[in-house]
Ligand binder design. Sequence first.
Ligand SMILES: *[C@@H]1O[C@H](CO)[C@@H](O)[C@H](O)[C@H]1NC(C)=O
Ligand SMILES: *[C@@H]1O[C@H](CO)[C@@H](O)[C@H](O)[C@H]1NC(C)=O
Ligand SMILES: *[C@@H]1O[C@H](CO)[C@@H](O)[C@H](O)[C@H]1NC(C)=O
Ligand SMILES: *[C@@H]1O[C@H](CO)[C@@H](O)[C@H](O)[C@H]1NC(C)=O
Length: 364
Amino acid sequence: MRTACWLLQLPIIAWLASGSTLPEETSLGDVRRCQGSLGKYGACECLETTVTCINTQFTDTDVFLHVDHNHYKYVTRITFHGNNFVELPFTPLFGVDNHERLDLLNISANYIVKLHPEALRGMPNLRVLDLSNNEIVLKEDDIGFLSHTRNLLRLYLRHAFNQSVNRTIQFDLMERMFENARLNSLTELDLSYNFFKTLPYNLGCHFPALTHLSLRQNLLETVELNVTCLQRLETLDLRTNLMHTLSHDFRKNFANSLPDYSLVLANQFHCDCNSHAYISWIRSTHKVRDKDSFKCSRASPELYVGTKLMDVPLEKLDCSVRLTGAGVSSAPSWRCFSVLFIHPVTVASLTCAFATVVQSLTIG
Ligand SMILES: *[C@@H]1O[C@H](CO)[C@@H](O)[C@H](O)[C@H]1NC(C)=O
Ligand SMILES: *[C@@H]1O[C@H](CO)[C@@H](O)[C@H](O)[C@H]1NC(C)=O
Ligand SMILES: *[C@@H]1O[C@H](CO)[C@@H](O)[C@H](O)[C@H]1NC(C)=O
Ligand SMILES: *[C@@H]1O[C@H](CO)[C@@H](O)[C@H](O)[C@H]1NC(C)=O
């Protein structure tokens, strides 16, 4: 009797032992092929509640209308990356259908220049929006763009803006867009790789819940933001800017008023006879998390190039070598190596060209 039972179970055991590769393989084609008219596009992949179209070369945002309620009522994550849309539509991206469950919209690397204020209507519970690696130029009528997604938690604007338009005007529009958005739950904002030289002073004030702000890889020589609005910060990432030294104002009026251990700020630091105050501050402060890794990237005497800021003998630093100004050679720029985006050739060459200009400006 027992043997018979065991024998009956044999096929099941054999099936389990086969590692269930067979059923997965047969269903792979069905599961991954998108339903409805989106199924025409081989480069799109759909799982139960996700739609992903990467490097699909779409140029018309009408393709978003294919993500409709008939087939995608329960969609939670939508990614269109590596297309060439240029403009978001005047009307809601997904047309008349509300995607109540949509949690993540990733429209990074799509060469988006123009946003349009209605484009994000119809996804009221969106929590993650990635607009990185685009060429956004803000216009007066776009300041309502983010006002339909009040529940956003994470907003990625990494290398998102066209850098050749007037920054004063773009910043003003960006601030008004953030103000209009009233993103009271936003915890994470990524503004890295944007070539920013300055920042809107009240940037943090539009995001009362903000805990993570990344300004990494911009062109900031110093930072001054309204610290009253940054009291919840856990991380302010200022790595790889142009902060060769930390000014008195930065230390006393800004950094000292931030939460402990919130600053991450590895930069190409300069060490010479003028560096005592800022290096001493770094050594004693509780604000900076990554200070053990800081090194003198230029130094006088040159002997101390590469020495840790925590160890460099302050009394031996002099000013016999000029660290900035004419005739100073510099190491190859990090900017040329650290940029890998979807339009790698364009972006990398633009970035390198820009870094070279910046370098020759700082040098010359
Ligand atoms: C958006 O998609 C790109 C390409 O797949 C990916 O690298 C990036 O991490 C995604 N963003 C988010 C927030 O998941
Ligand atoms: C950025 O904007 C400028 C001025 O409007 C335009 O000439 C340029 O083509 C834009 N750059 C990119 C990469 O779109
Ligand atoms: C940018 O716009 C502001 C305000 O209109 C103006 O004062 C400034 O001169 C402009 N800057 C450049 C570089 O054109
Ligand atoms: C800084 O932010 C606080 C709180 O929002 C505000 O009351 C204050 O006016 C701001 N300071 C400046 C100089 O804008």
